[in-house]
Design a protein around this ligand. Structure first.
Ligand code: ATP
Length: 361
């Protein structure tokens, strides 16, 4: 299932769509160049510009991301392709926060879209699950919730210490992500939107989500609706994943359930995501992190990054190239041309090269 949602313009000079690349740290530096080779093999009319933001640059000169970068990215590029950020040499993870959360917050990329699709039954840890059973999309609110870093501590380090972490939910933020989920369902042939929260305990925030969900749903009589507490949803994802279609939820619950969802499709190495604001430059990144233990060893699974590249192409209007890439990844899984994390024996480069060769045919 591709995610062609909103189209942006191409560069008037070259007629190729400009894409900014931040490979970042760890396995990001391996999977992103390999995914780019696959995109090139597809013949997609895109032009990549590389930025060296990441731990190496930060350690060399203190840069996390230049202050004018967000404006420049929004102005000059149709999409941003990011690998992973995080490096044990930067224990505060400050560069990762400023680059990744900076893009999400400062570019207001409010919808985190995570397609959950099983490409081959062999990848799924569930007994007897078929590819038809696992095919849904999670839309995670991406700019609010507990990620806004609001809160504080009182009597720090004493036995009486008190800590608060605020969960921010604005009417505007909740409404736009719920509307996005309905629009996504409509434009991708989906039939149902399920909203998940914990409104039995988080009554104020959950109450807002409940009211807004019911109101927005009235504008989409062609789409069925459902509500589920997030704990019940976790159970449902394992017992009846085939009942899910489009799921919309807040930032924290989305973070948690999409790791569970990644497991259903074969693990972190298989999962793709987009950080989207309709009509603006959006950012695409594989769900996995920088995976320091396997970085630099040609072991990382490049499929998540390659599927992310396909999602990005579909988003900027190159659906045919995106489909070719998705088909080639599916074929690679079926023919066991894959890395060790998903039961294969190939290296990162060899796996990506096989996919690229298939795409070029
Ligand atoms: P970060 O802090 O950057 O999120 P992390 O190590 O905490 O990094 P992940 O990078 O998401 O978290 O990965 C956790 C583990 O999952 C890795 O150490 C690795 O074993 C496995 N993993 C993640 N991505 C891949 C991949 N693309 N290919 C193979 N294994 C992977």
């Amino acid at each position: 299932m591709l995610t062609a949602v909103f189209l942006l313009s191409s560069s008037p000079v070259t007629n190729k769509k400009p894409i900014a690349v931040v490979a970042g740290d760890g396995i990001g530096k391996e999977v992103i160049p390999n995914a780019i080779e696959v995109v090139k093999a597809s013949g997609a009319a895109v032009e990549f510009t590389h930025f060296d933001w990441g731990a190496d640059r930060h350690l060399a000169d203190g840069t996390t991301i230049p202050p004018d970068a967000f404006q420049m990215l929004a102005r000059d590029f149709d999409a941003i392709f990011v690998g992973a950020l995080g490096d044990p040499r930067v224990p505060t993870n400050i560069h990762a926060k400023e680059i990744l959360l900076g893009m999400r917050f400062k570019m207001d990329l409010y919808a985190n879209v995570r397609p959950v699709r099983l490409l081959d039954a062999s990848l799924c840890p569930l007994k007897n699950a078929t590819t038809a059973d696992i095919n849904f999309t999670v839309i995670r609110e991406n700019t609010e919730g507990v990620y806004m870093d609001m809160g504080g501590v009182f009597k720090f380090g004493t036995p009486d210490e008190l800590a608060t972490q605020e969960d921010i939910n604005t009417r505007k933020g909740v409404e736009r992500v719920i509307r996005f989920a309905f629009e996504y369902a409509r434009s991708n042939g989906r039939k149902k939107v399920l909203m998940s929260d914990k409104s039995n305990v988080m009554t104020y925030a959950g109450g807002l989500w409940q009211r807004v969900f019911k109101e927005v749903a009235k504008e989409y009589p062609d789409i069925n609706t459902q509500h589920m507490y997030v704990d019940a949803l976790c159970l449902q994802m394992i017992r009846q994943p085939q009942s899910l279609d489009v799921v919309v939820t807040n930032n924290m619950f989305g973070d948690i359930i999409t790791d569970l969802a990644a497991a259903l499709q074969g693990g972190l190495g298989m999962a793709a995501s987009g950080n989207i604001h309709p009509g603006r430059t959006s950012m695409f990144e594989p769900v996995h992190g920088s995976a320091p233990p396997i970085a630099g060893k040609n072991m990382a699974n490049p499929m998540g990054a390659i599927l992310t590249a396909a999602m990005m192409l579909a988003h900027i209007g190159l659906a045919a190239e995106a489909q070719k890439i998705e088909d080639a990844v599916t074929q690679a899984v079926r023919e066991k041309k894959k890395t060790a994390d998903v039961g294969g024996s190939m290296g990162t480069r060899e796996c990506a090269a096989w996919i690229g060769e298939r795409v070029a045919r």
